[in-house]
Ligand binder design. Sequence first.
Ligand code: HEM
Length: 405
Amino acid sequence: MITPVSYPYVIIVAVAAVLLWAITRKSERLRTRYFKLTSSAKVRRNGFKLKAAGKPDYFELTGVPPPKPLPNFNIDEALPRPYRPFRWKYHQTMSLLNMEPDWWIELESTYRERISQRKKLYAEHGTKIVDSLPQSEGACLELAEMVIQFLCARYPSQFHRDSSGTFHNNILGTSTNIQTVEPLIFLLENVPEDFLIVLEDEKSGLYHFRAGVSASAMGWNMSIKIGRPLHEIHGPVPFYQEKMRYSMDRYFTKMGVDKPIQRGSWGFEIGQPLYLQTDEPEWSHRNVQDPSLDINDIYLRVDWQTLRRLPKSRAIVFNFKALFTPVTHFREEPFIPRLIATVIRESERPLMEYKSSSHTEHKLLPALDEWAKEQEEKGWVPRDWKVRTLDENPFYPGWELHHKY
Ligand code: HEM
């Protein structure tokens, strides 16, 4: 019973309740503003809801136009574009190019094999391959939605989403209920690329690695890097601290949603190692020059990377695919043998040592020299050509003749 004596207590309790309600509303609003998700997007850690109706159109929202559809695309015949991102002189710089909207996600003939290899790696290594930290749920959800919109627009015969919100993958013959699947698992099972998601840290303003799918790491893995800011992630990268750190941080802070970029990272490998850790025997083989190594077993590995900001979560996504090309192909690629030989021989040593390609150089360099000479004799390359980055970078003259889309 409320007596006149207890009135002040009742008033205090009522005021406290109103205050608590207001604070809860406010923090809810702040959270919603942070992710800026649609009101229908309820995010949960395990299993989330992605409402089919009322989703934003990410092409419109970002200002990055939809890709040109490839209605007759045949995955079994699709060659990746021949990325040869070699620059001369080679300095450690960001070396960014504008992303071509048609090519955000490029599927090619290794699709099925890679998806199954990546799923196997996840089954073996768990959170070293797929992981996420709290507060990254909105970004993961948003990324999956953007990827779905891109795939359905670019490869309409291969992918579509029906009116119930189920995603159909006609290459693998799978259907996924997008309302219940984890977004990163959806990516792992449908896109053979790595996706690393960074978010701005509220305290430092720096971008930290918060979530990702990472099945093609060489010498590192997610458990070593997750949670860290960019300058720590890039710790082993030569000249990063002195030449790149501050321009990278500034770039990430300012990057707009309508300015996605692309770049390439490269190295030479024996065979096609996709994911390799420093405690595996194959890693130590990288210090040895095997005299019986066959040139046919040496591959160029290019990690073709794109970077873009997601408009609602404000996360930045770094995604890339590893593409392997037998080095013997260079024989038919004008200028490439001489350009690569120069880069390997004359670059600053720490850059080459970081790539740890010396286990291939004793066979690769003589072959490159021979092919370069042959190209001069055929008149493909002027004898007095002064080695420099090609105008066609990241490709080479005439590449389109063999790569029609
Ligand atoms: C404009 C953006 C970026 C640039 C210019 C850049 C640059 C580089 C460079 C130069 C390397 C050395 C390999 C190479 O020669 O390419 C590297 C390695 C690496 N980057 Fe980035 N990066 C960028 C964004 C990111 C982001 C967003 C992540 C997210 C986590 C990331 C994670 C890594 C990792 C894990 C390595 C391997 C480091 C190691 O060897 O331990 N990078 N990056």
